[in-house]
Design a protein around this ligand. Sequence first.
Ligand SMILES: CCCCCCCC/C=C\CCCCCCCC(=O)SCCNC(=O)CCNC(=O)[C@H](O)C(C)(C)COP(=O)(O)OP(=O)(O)OC[C@H]1O[C@@H](n2cnc3c(N)ncnc32)[C@H](O)[C@@H]1OP(=O)(O)O
Length: 219
Amino acid sequence: MTESTTLDIWNPGWPDPFRPTVDADDEYADLVDALREVQEAVTRSLPTPEAAAEAAATLREVARQMRSHEVDEDTQIAGKRWDIPGKAHALAPVLHIDTVTDTTATGRVTVGRFHSGRYAMNGGVTPLIFDELLARLANSAGRPWGRTAYLNVNFRALAPLHTELTVTAELVGQEGRKRFLRGAMYHGDILVADVDGLWVELKPEQTQNISKDLEGRDR
Ligand SMILES: CCCCCCCC/C=C\CCCCCCCC(=O)SCCNC(=O)CCNC(=O)[C@H](O)C(C)(C)COP(=O)(O)OP(=O)(O)OC[C@H]1O[C@@H](n2cnc3c(N)ncnc32)[C@H](O)[C@@H]1OP(=O)(O)O
């Protein structure tokens, strides 16, 4: 099995505004893992009113602690740990990216009840997973930064929970600034979903706009 840590963390073509300026360490990744544990445990629970009130107070205390360490979005680590599955973002499914070539990418993902629709993966989660893998491929191999223009997902069969699913992506064509990608998700041999995606390479001024937006946002 290929470790995702063997992949390049940053594509040099990606704009600087997204580059984390704080070095993440494993304690931060562990914090996000703990948050994932909370999300799954809360989702699976039916606490008594007293237990719910106690847990809510504890979680609000954690939020208070974290607010005292607040940084701006350019500096935050969440979602930017390209070297670890799930990128240290608690909403993102933990996608293990095994291979990325110039034109293909593969990964594996297992979701729990936090990401469940009902006894199967929620229909909004599948696009999150495809977007992650297809975007990684679209913006790899030194290609300049592109943004998702569309992601057309077909749900072919229920995607089971607590079960490893494989995800594949392929760059199927390029026309000027447009990159066409295709992806699929499998449970064993069963196709559970497939996707057509378009990534459009940003013009330089579009990258600057992003940068300005980031600088101008409220903290
Ligand atoms: C919950 C979990 C979270 C996980 C953790 C995440 C944390 C991440 C943290 C840190 C990461 C750092 C990195 C982050 C970066 C994020 C990037 C995104 O997420 S992208 C978000 C979604 N996508 C948008 O919001 C695009 C919005 N749309 C646009 O910006 C524009 O529409 C854009 C750039 C896609 C195209 O606009 P134009 O003005 O540049 O170009 P025009 O001329 O309109 O199109 C060029 C060609 O593409 C076709 N085209 C454009 N859109 C199309 C469409 N929807 N369908 C078909 N064709 C389309 C056009 O027809 C045209 O084709 P012809 O050249 O004429 O052949």
